[in-house]
Ligand binder design. Structure first.
Ligand code: 5RP
Length: 217
């Protein structure tokens, strides 16, 4: 089974967690896109969605799904999104698509965060995937110096601007033995908007596509 087939299957498995008449938090990326397409087939049974990026908003809109602003929608019953890495403890690295800040806001506003991945994303320790950090452009150099002091090797994501008008440093070579502490430490750096560690608010459920079916942990 190829990776796209795995993403398709796990995205469809997440539909079972969507309550009737819900406003659904929707993530960003190729796995989230499969979820959006599946949601489109069930749009009569939901009220609408809150999107974590302009790209996901456009895809939802094209399928006729009503979009809500998070400030109007209030607390959401469910948020469904992919990840770049997950541990069995459901701590994640996200932000490969650059939407980490809105993703983290919507995850924080949701009662249940269902993360949908294929089995290539499972790791025993986070950090093989470079950690995305969204930074206010004025602070790029000073934040890069601070991340280097933390043992990382920050690389500017060239030619990329986030939906919030900021830039991304992808931080290689970090040793992430205490993800919650590192998440807080990086978020304390002046000029950092947020980083892609989802450890202080991990996923509640990870659905992972394998050749033998969808596993839950
Ligand atoms: C976007 C994300 C995505 O969830 C992450 O990059 C995984 O993407 P994909 O489903 O395409 O593998 O965090 O900011």
């Amino acid at each position: 089974m190829d990776q796209n087939e795995k993403k398709y299957r796990v995205a469809r498995a997440a539909l079972a967690f969507v309550p009737a008449n819900a406003i659904v938090g929707v993530g960003t990326g190729s796995t989230a896109n499969f979820f959006i397409d599946a949601l489109g087939e069930q749009r009569a049974s939901i009220r609408g969605a809150v999107a974590s990026s302009e790209a996901s908003a456009a895809r939802l809109r094209a399928l006729g799904i009503t979009l809500f602003d998070l400030n109007e929608a209030g607390e959401l019953p469910i948020y469904v999104d992919g990840a770049d890495e997950t541990t069995r403890e459901r701590c994640l690295i996200k932000g490969g698509g650059g939407a980490l800040t809105r993703e983290k806001i919507i995850a924080a506003a949701s009662r249940q965060f269902v993360c949908v991945v294929d089995d290539s994303k499972l790791v025993t320790q986070l950090g093989r995937f470079p950690l995305p950090v969204e930074v206010i452009p004025l602070a790029l150099a000073q934040v890069a110096r601070a991340l280097t002091q933390l043992g990382g090797r920050p690389v500017l994501r060239a030619g990329f601007v986030t939906d919030n008008g900021n830039q991304i440093l992808d931080v290689h070579d970090l040793i992430i033995s205490a993800p919650g502490a590192l998440e807080s430490q990086i978020n304390q750096l002046v000029g950092v908007v947020t980083n892609g560690l989802f450890a202080n608010r991990p996923a509640d459920i990870v659905l992972m596509s394998t050749p033998h079916g969808v596993e839950r942990f």
